[in-house]
Design a protein around this ligand. Structure first.
Ligand code: SAH
Ligand code: MG
Length: 935
């Protein structure tokens, strides 16, 4: 029998040794660990590959040789972990653990009782640890609770020892603190001469009084401290009821758990069950709720593993928050005893921090329940920023990087670190074209031809990356393996991480998606997810179903623009810099509560990097202009997360009478590097030279009709109109709505100004813009005199560029086709003299000496040989002649023109087949008659 007051040696001392230490005790130097790196073998790997194989994260495996056996660990990110894992495996394999601590059921019960006896011994009270502080506080309580220590406190604050003993009695105890409580109270019941267990078995008291000195010192402590006002959060069990702030008054002489109990309308501290800590390790933030009595009683006899929850009592929000089952109303509070001190440490939790936390927006905690949450925080723009559509370039990215966000997400959901593996696939070994991402399928070159064309044989790689996400138990949850490949490893890694984040965001935002819709959506994102994924995240869904989703803001009222139109407008790929303020507007009473603002907020245009209404506003603005608009309220949680003064904001929030007002000023627009280079390094700018080149061709051929394939924002069409030409009919096609909208605006005002009867500069009769894919044929645009396609093909995959070539010459069949594209060889000059060439990461210095592409959206950039090969073969196939020219630089000075141009001319006898095609969508039309009639 265990004697009162005599602390027992910790029976688990041996097994608390690390696996390596256990192996060392037994084998000493005879144990040899060998750690090896686990190679992510590139597919079609090539020993001479220039690209560094620094796959993040590097994984390690450990091989442990022992006299009687050899074991191999799993793979880990840290060498240390791999070694421990190998040791653990050896221990299991050799059954070493049994010699350490493997009690019989009886021994385990005795040990548990021994532990309880130890806790209630005199000595324990003088150990300065969080649990003994609870014991002391319990002694300060008034009335019949005096000295009663809640069993839940023992289960939580002595978890390490208590739980590890309980595990031997019932393995389910490891994950179930209710079960631990039940076992502890049963063990305590066996110590009837030492302790008294309350009737409900939820608290334990020492039978004999502590020594008088101890009691008086405890009372002395209490009289020194003052009472503490504490801000906590009440999370009602009913999702219909709002989460609300609550003020508790923790009295100096009492026990803080009694105060929390009172706030939850529970009789006393013993009725409380305490969650594990939430957030960062040092935090004392926990959820306090009522012990589910029925569950607790069911646990007593016989011991079952059942965890069936009492229908309706589960507090979904709190459960989600704590990551463990919580029943009934709950209080979120940050309070607890510190080590080596008798002080109660505590921190206020405001409603704002609750919401920030819930959206994983609390920066310091770095917990990310919702994938885009940390992104918004990292940009400090909760009501403006949004996880962008694509990772274009590192230098254009603002805020936390996708990879880091994804890692944080996994950590906060108790998953394993995501495993990224990059692969360098070699280009087809027979065609190693610098500047070419893929094998040029349509134009296979023989070795002989290659050497004739002087094509370098240096290999270039394309890097692709996939992600696997595993649970803590190494079950595969999700895998994303996109087809896309990148020239830079960072781009490959960040892009795939972003893809996963965006999909997760949708998954969280749309809890009502059916399994089928979810599957389809996943496919679009190159994602495969397992049954375990759905199972693991179903709870998050229930929370969001209860109304905490970040929804898209709808119903924007867009008011007028203020300020002069400077003409500088943001186009796709530009960086826009704005200044914005968001305020809460009370309708009727004209109250205005400021919520969020940013003096200089920069984002990439056309990449969905800001909320849709803001994006739409900026699209219409020119530098120097301001716009005001109001939107319907997004969910209040989002506003509360953004707002500093949540109490005031909350009082104003009443969905029917409030709106959000945005005030935005466009401060600056930074054009993409390619455009800046073209303007800065060429005079006139390269784009202007391309227009002049086209005008020259129009004049020479007396062309009457022109179609511009890939017209973008209409710069060519607009500029053409400034020159006197024979053109009567012009058209533009593009796949960018944004570009087309701009083009329509530009060309429309230009045409109308040309109609001035005093300046009859133009013969123009009609103009139209179409939304369409130029690799598809539309008979409406058949047989034009001139077709242009300037700086477009490099934005398509090489296969598509070949397809476009075939479609345009065989079906659209213009008399003349002008195609321009960057000359890759010229990049040496551009990049040698631009200060931006060092802006990317240093990794790249080690990579291929090859030049970068001029624009992140370019899928390839061809050398002169490649371009000429493509064009000559195409021309021959469709009975066109072709000649080569260019702008920027000259033909006979190396490395040739900056922009290379091919001019195709239709042969006399060529017949084009007029196949049917799909019709493009006409999105804007102008005709001279219409305007004349209107005048
Ligand atoms: N020709 C314009 C724009 C060049 S940018 C100029 O010289 O300024 C390339 C343009 O090609 C973009 O506007 C893009 O939307 C368009 N584009 C790319 N692939 C396309 C396709 N398959 N069909 C139509 N337009 C395409
Ligand atoms: Mg381009």
């Amino acid at each position: 029998m265990i004697e009162a007051g005599k602390p027992q040696a910790n029976p688990l001392k041996m097994s608390s040794l690390s696996p390596k230490a256990i192996i060392h005790q037994k084998y000493g130097d005879k144990a040899s660990y060998k750690v090896e790196e686990v190679q992510v073998t590139p597919e079609n790997g090539c020993p001479g590959l220039v690209i560094t194989q620094k796959a993040p994260p590097c994984l390690y495996r450990c091989i442990l040789h022992l006299p009687e056996t050899t074991v191999v660990s799993d793979t880990f990110k840290k060498k240390r972990e791999a070694e421990q894992s190998a040791a653990e495996k050896a221990i299991e394999k050799l059954g070493l653990r049994q010699k350490e601590y493997n009690p019989t059921m009886q021994e385990a019960w005795d040990d548990l009782a021994g532990r309880v006896a130890f806790l209630f011994a005199n000595e324990f009270l003088s150990f300065p640890n969080p649990l003994s502080n609870h014991f002391r506080a319990a002694l300060r309580r008034d009335g019949h609770f005096n000295g009663f220590v809640p069993v839940s406190v023992i289960a939580v604050y002595d978890a390490k020892t208590t739980t590890s003993i309980c595990k031997f009695i019932n393995p389910a105890a490891e994950m179930n603190s209710l079960l631990v409580m039940s076992l502890v109270s049963r063990a305590a019941a066996k110590l009837s001469d030492l302790v008294i267990v309350s009737d409900d078995r939820l608290s334990v008291q020492r039978r004999n009084l502590y020594l008088p000195e101890i009691i008086s010192s405890i009372n002395h402590e209490a009289s020194l401290s003052e009472s503490i006002p504490l801000d906590v959060i009440l999370i009602p069990v009913s999702c219909e009821k709002a989460v609300e702030p609550l003020k508790l008054n923790i009295s100096a002489t009492g026990y803080y758990l009694d105060v929390i109990a009172q706030a939850l309308s529970l009789p006393g501290a013993s009725d409380i069950i305490i969650s594990r800590t939430i957030g960062k390790a040092s935090s004392e933030m926990r959820i306090y709720s009522s012990t589910p009595k029925r569950l607790f009683e069911n646990l007593s006899e016989p011991l079952t593993k059942q965890a069936s929850h009492v229908e309706g009592s589960l507090n979904i929000r709190a459960t989600y928050f704590a990551g463990q089952e919580i029943h009934g109303d709950a209080i979120l509070a940050s309070i607890g005893y510190a080590w080596k001190s008798t002080d109660l440490s505590h921190e206020a939790i405001s409603l704002c921090s609750y919401y920030r936390f819930l959206f994983s927006l609390l920066p310091r905690n770095f917990v990310s329940k919702i994938p885009s949450g940390p992104y918004k925080v990292s940009r400090d723009a909760i009501l403006a920023a949004q996880l962008p559509l694509a990772f274009t370039t590192k230098s254009n990215w603002r805020g936390s990087f996708p990879r880091d966000i994804l890692c944080a997400f996994c950590r906060s959901h108790h998953l394993s670190e995501p495993v990224f593996s990059t692969q360098s696939s070699m280009l087809d070994s027979s065609v190693n074209l610098p500047g070419s991402r893929k094998n040029l399928k349509a134009t296979e070159l023989s070795k002989k031809e290659k050497s004739e064309l002087g094509i370098a044989a240096a290999p270039t790689g394309a890097i692709s990356c996939n992600i696997k996400i595993y649970s803590k138990n190494q079950e595969l949850l999700l895998e994303c393996s996109p087809q896309e490949s990148y020239r830079k490893q960072t781009d490959a890694v960040q892009s795939v991480a972003l893809k996963v984040l965006r999909w997760l965001d949708i998954f969280f935002e749309k809890p009502d998606l059916s399994a089928e819709e979810l599957g389809l959506l996943a496919k679009k994102f190159d994602i495969q997810f397992t049954h375990n994924f759905v199972k693991g995240f179903s709870l998050c869904h229930s929370v969001h179903r209860s109304g905490t989703t970040i929804t898209q803001v709808s119903n924007t009222t867009f008011n007028n623009l203020e300020g002069q139109n400077s003409g500088v407008t943001p186009a796709n790929g530009c960086l826009a810099c704005i200044n914005y303020t968001v305020s809460l507007l009370g309708e009727g009473d004209s109250t205005k509560e400021y919520i969020e603002s940013c003096e200089e907020f920069e984002f990439e245009v056309g990449n969905q990097a800001v909320l849709p209404h803001l994006d739409a506003a900026v699209e219409k603005m020119a530098v120097g202009q301001s716009a005001y608009f109001t939107v319907e309220l997004p969910l209040s949680e989002l506003i509360l997360a953004a707002s500093g003064d949540s109490a005031k904001t909350l009082s104003l929030l009443s969905p029917r009478s409030c709106k959000l007002e945005y005030c935005v000023t466009l401060l600056q627009v930074t054009e993409p590097l390619e455009d800046r280079m073209e303007q800065a390094l060429f005079s006139p700018p390269l784009s202007k030279q391309r227009v002049e080149f086209a005008v020259c061709q129009i004049r020479q051929s007396s062309a009457v009709s022109l179609v511009d394939f890939g017209c973008g924002s209409g710069s060519l069409l607009d500029s053409l109109l400034s020159y006197p030409t024979s053109l009567e009919k012009i058209a533009g096609v593009d796949l960018s709505h944004r570009g087309l909208a701009k083009a329509a605006k530009l060309v429309h005002s230009k045409l109308n100004s040309l109609l001035d009867p005093n300046e009859p500069t133009s013969e123009m009769k009609s103009a139209a813009l179409y939304y369409g894919n130029i690799t598809e044929f539309d008979p409406q645009l058949h047989g034009f005199d001139i077709a242009t396609c300037l700086e477009v093909i490099e934005h398509m995959e090489e296969e598509e560029a070949c397809l476009f070539g075939n479609v345009v010459l065989s079906l659209f069949a213009p008399k003349i086709l002008i195609v321009s594209t960057p000359n890759y060889e010229y990049n040496v000059i551009l990049q040698g003299c631009t200060p931006h060439s060092q802006e990317d990461d240093p990794d790249e210095k080690n990579q291929a000496q090859a030049c970068k592409f001029r624009n992140h959206d370019h899928k390839f950039e061809w050398t002169r040989a490649q371009f000429q090969h493509w064009a000559s073969e195409l021309a021959a196939k469709h009975n066109y002649s072709v000649e080569f020219s260019g702008v920027g630089g000259t033909a006979d000075v190396e490395p040739g023109f900056a922009s290379q141009i091919a001019i195709f001319r239709r042969g006399e006898e060529s017949v084009s087949s007029m196949e049917c095609g799909s019709e493009y969508v006409q999105i804007w039309k102008w005709s001279r008659e219409d305007v004349a009639v209107n005048c």
